[in-house]
Design a protein around this ligand. Structure first.
Ligand SMILES: CCCCC/C=C/C(=O)SCCNC(=O)CCNC(=O)[C@H](O)C(C)(C)COP(=O)(O)OP(=O)(O)OC[C@H]1O[C@@H](n2cnc3c(N)ncnc32)[C@H](O)[C@@H]1OP(=O)(O)O
Ligand SMILES: NC(=O)C1=CN([C@@H]2O[C@H](COP(=O)(O)OP(=O)(O)OC[C@H]3O[C@@H](n4cnc5c(N)ncnc54)[C@H](OP(=O)(O)O)[C@@H]3O)[C@@H](O)[C@H]2O)C=CC1
Length: 291
């Protein structure tokens, strides 16, 4: 990987590219997702894209959703070139009408879905005391409301079709050591609570709901963080390294697929132990905390 003069990596190079995702070894059987259809929001981003590649390679029909049609088409083309079944759909998860249109289209064109991975999301680093009302609302709306719209639309489709389903929500570590993104921690704590409530409420519908809390995972999403903050990420967990999108993708396959059939209402940290030890500063660390 090329380095900038400062030692920080070029943002465009964060994470595994399509060639790596096409070839990465997997622990799963080649047909582990045969006959299943999976919708991945944020499917052209870092984690969503890796999950889409993995599940596609394991035999799933994959639908990638996001706001940017060009990014989606780039991901689709790369996966289709490897013989994977991939469709794309533009959606803004913050808009219930947009989400409803997405699910109507997926029902018509792909015959509905079996699994939903909510990987669309994000935030900007800022001291909470400086949050504007609009900035706060944007992050809450994207990560809490948007995820809810997707979950409710999926559940309604499964209920109406009498079909079982499984949801994996990608959140963040909410309980320890992540600083400068209080808005997203609030939103994701909401998603975790929501997921636990719905794991019970929607169990009679045969719907399982779990969350994955990634730690520092190299993706293009890191472009919004200061290179100095990014350079410190490997020291933010006891394993002293960044994680890869593939490691989150394999966790998605476990929790959302047949291997996780008796798991619901769970939060799986794929974070190198950062939920227990270490600190991740996305803004400058205040002198107060320097020893
Ligand atoms: C590795 C550990 C670190 C932390 C753990 C999490 C890591 C990750 O999640 S990385 C991968 C996730 N990907 C991203 O975060 C993508 C980048 N983020 C965004 O695209 C935005 O932050 C977004 C999620 C808020 C979505 O933005 P969008 O809908 O496009 O909204 P705008 O950019 O128009 O912004 C709306 C509003 O929000 C405030 N705001 C946005 N950026 C900043 C900023 N850098 N500083 C302060 N405030 C910001 C602001 O109020 C914006 O309105 P305007 O001022 O009118 O533009
Ligand atoms: N990378 C990391 O270190 C960590 C990531 N996470 C979380 O994991 C998830 C995936 O992150 P990652 O892959 O790294 O980030 P990326 O920025 O690479 O991907 C996120 C994707 O979400 C999509 N998205 C954002 N807002 C919307 C919206 N309103 N409607 C539809 N799609 C939207 C974007 O697609 P488009 O631009 O096309 O809209 C983008 O491709 C996020 O929730 C992130 O916060 C959590 C902890 C750590």
């Amino acid at each position: 990987m090329a380095e900038q003069e400062s030692g920080a990596r070029e943002p465009a190079e964060f994470g595994l590219d399509d060639a790596a995702l096409a070839a990465h070894p997997t622990v799963y059987a080649a047909d582990a997702f045969a006959g299943r259809t999976v919708l991945v929001s944020g499917g052209a981003g870092g984690i969503g894209r890796a999950a889409a590649w993995l599940l596609g390679r394991l035999g799933a029909r994959v639908v990638l959703a996001g706001r940017n049609a060009e990014k989606l088409e780039g991901a689709r083309t790369a996966m289709a070139a490897h013989g994977l079944y991939v469709r794309t759909a533009v959606v803004d998860i913050r808009e219930p009408e947009s989400v409803a249109a997405l699910f109507a289209r997926v029902a018509a064109e792909a015959g509905g879905i079996d699994m939903l991975i909510n990987s669309a999301g994000g935030q900007f680093p800022q001291a909470a005391i400086d949050f504007s009302a609009k900035g706060w609302n944007t992050v809450i709306n994207t990560n809490l409301n948007g995820t809810w719209h997707m979950m409710q639309a999926a559940a309604r489709a499964w209920r109406d079709a009498g079909r079982a389903g499984s949801i994996v929500n990608i959140v963040v570590v909410t309980t320890h050591g992540l600083h400068g993104v209080a808005h997203t921690i609030a939103a994701r704590a909401g998603v975790i609570g929501l997921s636990q409530a719905l794991a019970v409420e929607w169990a009679p519908l045969d719907i399982r709901i779990n969350c994955i809390a990634p730690g520092v995972i190299e993706t293009p999403g890191w472009r919004v963080y200061d290179p100095k903050a990014v350079a410190a990420y490997p020291r933010s967990n006891p394993m002293m390294r960044n994680g890869s999108t593939w490691e989150v993708a394999e966790a998605c396959a476990y929790l959302g697929g047949p291997a996780g059939g008796f798991v619901t209402g769970e939060v799986l940290h794929v974070a190198g132990g950062s939920q227990l030890w270490g600190e991740t500063w996305t803004i400058e660390k205040p002198d107060y905390f320097r020893v």
